[in-house]
Design a protein around this ligand. Structure first.
Ligand code: DLL
Length: 436
């Protein structure tokens, strides 16, 4: 099913024309309302009338997270305060958080795009949808909430926390859909198992998972433990929130809401645009936003874009899975390591549960990597409480990690349930080097 046939299946030429018109308008709007952009454009000798087609996007300046921090809190806001009806803030581990203001029209566009996502996942007015992303400054909770309501399905605003109560509600209210982080979905499955609630006792059939990287193996695991079909949803607060792109029934990449968010891939070093099919840093320009529009915002997410009509009928550009982030890439003894590489090795071993932690340290001026991973309950029950099978698993895992990462990692296999669980985004890395 398609929510907005006109936009989601628009012929490519027509879409590019629409994007070009919208780009001109947004550049003009920023030029007249945001001194930061006016200064940048003037320095580059660009006037709004120079931007006449979407191809002109390459002439425009990039925007970085640092620009948002430097202009904290309202420096990049284009709409007057009286027009803003909501604020969200992105979680920043360092420095100021990013404050994003939305006008009434922005919230409407957001709900529209969220309804596109949910419809692509097969959600209808007959569904009861539990929104278990955090409600609050994070965009996950309220963002999905408004989309469910806009579509006409019923929303159960469970948010995070009190997972046992959540399980009881899923069972008693015959909840059919759920939105949460993939790691929370696994935590929910664990809680259900502890409570003796099997997947046959609940009615979940569709899951909207995102806000953090996840893999095909995690998808299989969540689907089999919760008895649903899991779909990817991607987004970021600076651009809107959840809804920037979404999978369809083909699950062959995530369709970008391109009439609102124009995607590009650039080389993160040279910032040169890269063609479809080549991985690089994902960059977005908001084409219709009023509150805080951004030109060529560098997401720091690494991925690949694909064009071509999808078998589902949508014509929009698709994003591959997020391969990593330019800023969560660890450099360990000079070698680039992405947590997602470690995850894929761990998930390829049947004995390992999808719960792991990378601990990076510096001992005698030498970087060390320790990978802690939990063993699955069923293996633990079969003798993993003795040392020998644990040592064997540690050796096997270390050898596999060495062949994939080209560095030696120390592996520590842990008992089930011992690594800390997160209800929001998971923390996969502790880098003790930063503290020294
Ligand atoms: O995480 C918005 C969101 C909420 C998306 C709920 C999906 C569902 P931020 O907190 O600003 O916004 O974090 C954005 O999270 O740049 C990615 O690195 C990561 N991310 C989001 N969705 C995915 C995904 C929300 N599906 C940052 N796969 C982004 C991988 C994701 N990473």
């Amino acid at each position: 099913m398609i929510w907005n046939n006109n936009k989601e299946c628009m012929p490519r030429e027509q879409m590019r024309e629409l994007q070009g018109k919208r780009l001109h308008k947004i550049v003009d709007y920023l030029y007249h309302n945001v001194p930061f952009y006016r200064d940048k454009l003037q320095q580059m000798d660009i006037k709004p009338e120079d931007i006449t087609s979407i191809d002109d996007i390459v002439k425009l300046p990039f925007t970085t997270k640092q620009d948002l921090r430097d202009n904290y809190p309202f420096g990049l806001q284009a709409a007057p305060q009286s027009e803003v009806i909501r604020f969200h803030a992105s979680s920043g581990t360092t420095g100021n958080p990013t404050i994003v203001g939305y006008t009434r029209k922005d919230v409407g566009v957001w709900s529209e795009c969220m309804s596109r996502c949910l419809t692509a996942f097969g959600v209808t007015r007959d569904d009861l949808f539990s929104v278990a992303y955090g409600y609050g400054l994070f965009t996950g909770g309220l963002g999905v909430h408004y989309g469910v309501e806009n579509l006409g399905a019923a929303v159960l605003p469970t948010s995070t926390g009190n997972t046992e109560k959540h399980v009881r509600l899923l069972r008693d209210l015959h909840v059919t859909g759920i939105a949460c982080t993939p790691s929370y979905a696994l935590y929910l499955a664990e809680t259900m198992e502890k409570m003796g609630v099997t997947k046959d006792m609940i009615n979940l059939r569709v899951g909207a998972f995102g806000a953090e990287p996840w893999t095909e193996n995690m998808r299989k695991e969540i689907e089999s433990r919760l008895g649903l079909k899991g779909y990817n949803i991607y987004g970021l607060s600076e651009i809107m929130g959840p809804c920037v792109s979404y999978e369809c029934s083909e699950q062959n990449g995530s369709h970008v809401c391109e009439d609102h968010f124009f995607p590009e891939i650039v080389d993160p070093e040279t910032l040169e645009p890269l063609p479809y099919g080549q991985p690089g840093e994902l960059v977005f320009t908001t084409l219709t936003k009023e509150g805080m529009p951004l030109l060529r915002y560098r997401t720091r997410d690494l991925c690949t874009l694909y064009d071509g009509t999808c078998a589902c009928g949508r014509t929009s550009v698709r994003m591959g899975r997020i391969l990593g982030r330019t800023d969560d890439m660890l450099i360990i003894r000079g070698i680039n390591v992405f947590p997602s590489q470690v995850e894929s090795v761990i998930l390829s071993m049947p004995e390992c549960a999808p719960h792991f932690l990378l601990v990076v340290d510096r001992v005698d001026n030498l970087d060390t990597l320790t990978v802690q991973v939990e063993v699955r309950q069923e293996y633990f029950a079969q003798g993993f409480d003795t040392f020998e099978p644990i040592f064997k698993l540690e050796r096997e895992l270390a050898a596999k990690l060495r062949s994939v990462l080209s560095i030696n990692a120390k592996v520590q296999v842990k008992a089930p349930g011992t690594l800390e669980r997160s209800q929001g985004k998971s923390k996969f890395v502790i880098d003790n080097r930063i503290l020294k």
